[in-house]
Design a protein around this ligand. Structure first.
Ligand SMILES: Nc1nc2c(ncn2[C@@H]2O[C@H](COP(=O)(O)OP(=O)(O)OP(=O)(O)O)[C@@H](O)[C@H]2O)c(=O)[nH]1
Ligand SMILES: [Mg+2]
Length: 186
């Protein structure tokens, strides 16, 4: 039995807490705080009008991928004022999911920079709000200017099968990266 830590990152309101909640087999630990009028002008929730709360520390969940592998999921807070916590949250992680809302693509730039800087394998998961994928994976890859080997997948953060597939894709990618690095000449 092996366990591994995965980080779920991305910009504000992109669906990180929703993903951890949909895929976790335990009741997830969440740290949601109600968004009040004090956040008007700071928290831009125009694209997610139903959003009433925001993560102020982390989300935590767990999923057994099969009998041999348990993933522990750590969702980051999305707002820039909580980014100081990301260094702690990624410690010991094998990889990360960067969630993307293609209506607000720039919101994920900081997360991608963060993982590239730390050389932590990540994949990009397009959260298809309203069940629509407005741009194909190649267009998103080009717009983000990421390497061709970084997987770009789409998902519905509310759907367990969909989010489980995202995590399986990430684990497969991490394993491929590790094998490639292991055989790469020094
Ligand atoms: N239509 C649709 N709504 C979604 C989807 N995923 C999340 N939502 C909604 O979008 C809002 C944002 O979801 P959260 O999961 O709180 O986002 P977050 O990334 O954790 O937000 P922060 O922690 O505040 O950065 C919520 O109102 C969700 O119900 C999706 O796939 N489709
Ligand atoms: Mg959240």
């Amino acid at each position: 039995m092996t366990s591994a830590k995965i980080v779920i990152a991305g910009g504000f309101g992109v669906g990180k807490t929703t993903l951890v909640g949909s895929v976790s087999e335990i009741t997830p630990l969440t740290t949601e705080a109600i968004m009040t009028s004090a956040g008007v002008g700071v928290d831009d929730n125009r694209q997610v009008p139903g959003k009433m709360t925001t993560t102020v520390a982390m989300d935590f969940g767990r999923i057994s991928i099969d009998r041999d592998l348990i993933l522990y999921l750590f969702g980051t807070p999305g707002q820039t004022r909580f980014w100081f916590m990301w260094d702690e949250l990624v410690r010991g992680a094998i990889g990360a999911v960067v969630m993307v809302d293609t209506r607000r693509l720039a919101d994920c730039f900081a997360a991608i920079d963060f993982f590239e800087h730390r050389r932590l394998p990540y994949l990009v998961a397009i959260n298809c709000f309203d069940g629509m994928q407005y741009h194909n994976a190649q267009d998103v890859r080009d717009a983000l200017a990421i390497s061709s080997d970084v997987p770009v997948v789409s998902c519905d953060a509310r759907n367990r099968e969909s989010t489980k597939n995202v995590l399986i894709s990430l684990v497969e990618y991490v394993l491929t990266m590790r094998r490639t690095r292991a055989v790469a000449p020094a």
